[in-house]
Design a protein around this ligand. Structure first.
Ligand SMILES: C[S@@+](CC[C@H](N)C(=O)[O-])C[C@H]1O[C@@H](n2cnc3c(N)ncnc32)[C@H](O)[C@@H]1O
Length: 336
């Protein structure tokens, strides 16, 4: 577990680690806010009024922005937080970090499209289910690296034409770029607390979870929500380990069932991760995981060498690593 989300780590240390490891290079304003909190005992004391699991920087900052905190320098933020603390507490106690990033579909699509025949897809830890529509988005794959074709682009569109959601992804290595969309005949999800794309409050929370500087992700969220609102998908409420077997049994006969997850298993205990991995091996499914490096049992150990980027996710099919991915789906490096 990361220091910033580990409830046993003192609050100042959680914010210091968040500034250094997660926010640096990703969000200059969150880096300043988190470093500011870490060095400010009065704000740490305020945050310590929350239960330890609710003190995580991403939750407190998103709750503040949902309630109107402007993205300014740290002293203004600290003053705002003191004045509006009861609102922030109420949001933290009723919400969780459930970032839903449709951009991650760009790294899943090559694997889904490589499967012939009808697919039934199940996402565990689906949040609002925006990654359950991979065949309804357009993709712009940009060949990167130093090969002759570097700079070339490949567009992939839904069967009925370009989508208002265009997902950009830089690719390196021998990525099997899709020629066509996968044939998805059934889809469903599981989440502890499903968010509803039809609820403006839930969409406002998803928006607040996107870090301040990531405007491209914010406009993509709005466009993806509009797509998802046209095609409602069932998301079962409950724990993924408890619910997965029943949901797999509901998939239509004759379809290949693909169970996938992105940025989810880190929330499970080690024991539950092992139980889930056992289920994936035992059930008649293909298992597609896109998670932090040491999260899925056995995957990191099967890599020939450890990834150079500590933040890279590993994409694995049935427990075998096949690619390294940028955590929001901005790039994928296919392994040989
Ligand atoms: C960071 S979000 C990722 C959402 C989505 N997979 C994506 O990539 O955009 C993690 C999600 O996993 C869900 N989650 C965490 N633990 C879970 C569990 N034990 N069972 C079901 N869902 C869980 C959370 O509620 C949250 O919506």
């Amino acid at each position: 577990m990361r220091a910033s989300t580990d409830p046993s780590v003192p609050t100042a240390e959680r914010y210091r680690a968040f500034a250094r490891v997660e926010a640096r290079g990703m969000s200059a304003s969150y880096e300043r806010w988190a470093a500011g909190v870490a060095a400010d005992p009065a704000t740490v004391a305020l945050i310590d009024q929350l239960p330890a699991v609710k003190r995580q920087p991403n939750l407190v900052f998103s709750a503040a922005r949902l309630n109107g905190a402007a993205v300014r320098e740290y002293p203004e933020f600290a003053a705002w937080l003191r004045e509006h603390w009861s609102l922030v507490v109420a949001t933290c106690l009723t919400h969780a970090t459930q970032t839903n990033e449709p951009g991650r579909c760009a790294v899943l699509l090559p694997v889904l499209a490589a499967h012939a025949g009808p697919l039934a897809i199940i996402e565990v830890g689906a949040s609002a289910g925006l990654c359950l529509h991979p065949d309804r988005y357009s993709y712009r794959y940009r060949l990167a690296g130093d090969s002759e074709s570097a700079g070339d682009e490949r567009m992939v569109h839904p069967a009925d034409g370009p989508s208002p959601v265009v997902l950009d992804c830089a690719v390196t290595g021998p990525v099997p770029l899709p020629e066509r969309m996968p044939d998805i005949v059934w889809r469903a999800g599981i989440d502890l607390h499903p968010l509803d794309v039809h609820s403006d409050a839930d969409v406002a929370w998803l928006d607040a979870l996107i870090w301040p500087e990531h405007d491209d992700r914010r406009s993509r969220l709005r466009a993806a929500v509009a797509v998802a609102r046209q095609e409602p998908v069932e998301i079962v409420s409950g724990d993924l380990v408890d619910q997965i077997e029943a949901l797999v049994s509901r998939a239509p006969a004759g379809a290949t069932v693909v169970v996938f997850h992105t940025a989810v298993l880190a929330y499970l205990s080690e024991q539950d991760r092992n139980r889930f991995a056992e289920q994936m091996i035992r059930l008649p499914v293909r298992w597609l995981s896109n998670e932090g490096q040491s999260v899925v049992p056995g995957v990191l150990e099967r890599l020939a060498e450890a990834p150079a980027e500590a933040s890279a996710f590993i994409l694995a099919l049935d427990g075998e690593p096949i690619a390294l991915t940028q955590p929001h789906g901005r790039s994928v490096h296919w392994l040989g």
